[in-house]
Design a protein around this ligand. Structure first.
Ligand SMILES: NC(=O)c1ccc[n+]([C@@H]2O[C@H](COP(=O)([O-])OP(=O)(O)OC[C@H]3O[C@@H](n4cnc5c(N)ncnc54)[C@H](O)[C@@H]3O)[C@@H](O)[C@H]2O)c1
Length: 259
């Protein structure tokens, strides 16, 4: 295997691993030799995925894990340490969408949900991941933010505010932890037809194809990315050979960031 994509010996945590990008990352990293601890609120789905990856020869543990529960964030790190002896890569991927509504219709329930999962889940996870990485003197954290974290996102302002916060956490932690050999980056995808988007209320009302056609107009390639294409870019960022990159919030957007 090309060293750039060889994850042998890499000890990895993925949150929200049962679906979408998290699942594709788990599959892609397991195929390339990583040892994984997978968490999700959908225990059945994450356990099934872990069993499939183990059947393929990978070392994989799964657990019921809600990123908005601090104890669950700690347990993911504890499992990586007790089973694998440490933590090389942490992927804070779990997140929840916001349905498209006018700004003034965003109520405190939606706001608090966005903050608890999309921000609190990343911040709490990072606390325990960083504590372990400081003990080791090394580590890489990849937060899954969004293009909505890099610019305005009409109709999803609470989600955009939350993802901007993830960008702030990423850049701040990178500056603070760089001297300790701990790198922190974020991936910022554009709309992608994972279950989060393809099964959203808007997709149900308007149809997935119509929604994809509308959203495609916003990027240079004039098509939405396949989930696998986006996961591939994340895997490139995670390469154990990609060692001089930190504090970056990288658009994976079909060029939407260039318009
Ligand atoms: N799909 C997109 O268009 C898109 C674009 C930009 C960013 N993102 C981000 O990518 C990440 C993954 O999203 P996806 O598109 O793969 O969605 P998805 O809905 O397919 O997968 C999300 C996973 O997270 C899990 N999850 C939800 N809340 C959780 C919690 N509190 N604790 C632990 N797990 C939880 C879900 O059960 C699910 O398995 C999210 O952070 C999302 O905001 C997605």
């Amino acid at each position: 295997m090309d060293a750039l994509l060889d994850f042998s010996g890499q000890r990895v945590i993925i949150t929200g691993a049962a679906s979408g990008f998290g699942k594709l990352l788990a599959e892609g990293l397991a195929q390339r030799g990583a040892s994984l601890v997978l968490g999700d609120i959908n225990q059945q789905a994450v356990d099934t995925l872990a069993a499939e990856l183990r059947a393929g020869g990978a070392k994989v543990f799964s657990q019921l894990s809600n990123v908005s529960v601090e104890e669950d964030c700690r347990r993911l790190v504890d499992t990586a340490v007790s089973e694998f002896g440490g933590l090389d890569i942490a992927i804070n991927n779990a997140g929840v969408a916001q349905d498209f509504v006018a700004f003034e219709e965003i109520d405190s329930v939606e706001w608090n949900r966005q903050w608890a999962v999309n921000v609190g889940g990343v911040q709490q996870g990072m606390r325990y991941q960083i504590t372990q990485m400081k003990r080791q003197g090394s580590g890489h954290i990849l937060n899954i933010a969004s293009m909505a974290g890099l610019g305005g996102a009409p109709g999803i302002a609470a989600y955009a505010a939350a993802k901007h916060a993830v960008v702030g956490l990423t850049r701040s932690a990178a500056m603070e932890l760089g001297p300790l050999n701990i790198r922190v980056n974020a991936a910022c995808p554009y709309f992608t037809l994972t279950p989060m988007v393809a099964e959203s209320p808007s997709a149900k009302v308007n149809g997935v194809e119509a929604m994809a056609a509308t959203l495609s107009r916003g990027c240079a390639l004039k098509r939405l990315g396949q989930p696998q294409e986006v996961a591939n870019a994340m895997i490139l960022l995670l390469s154990p050979q990609n060692t001089y990159m930190t504090g970056q919030c990288v658009a994976i957007s079909g060029g939407a960031s260039s318009l």
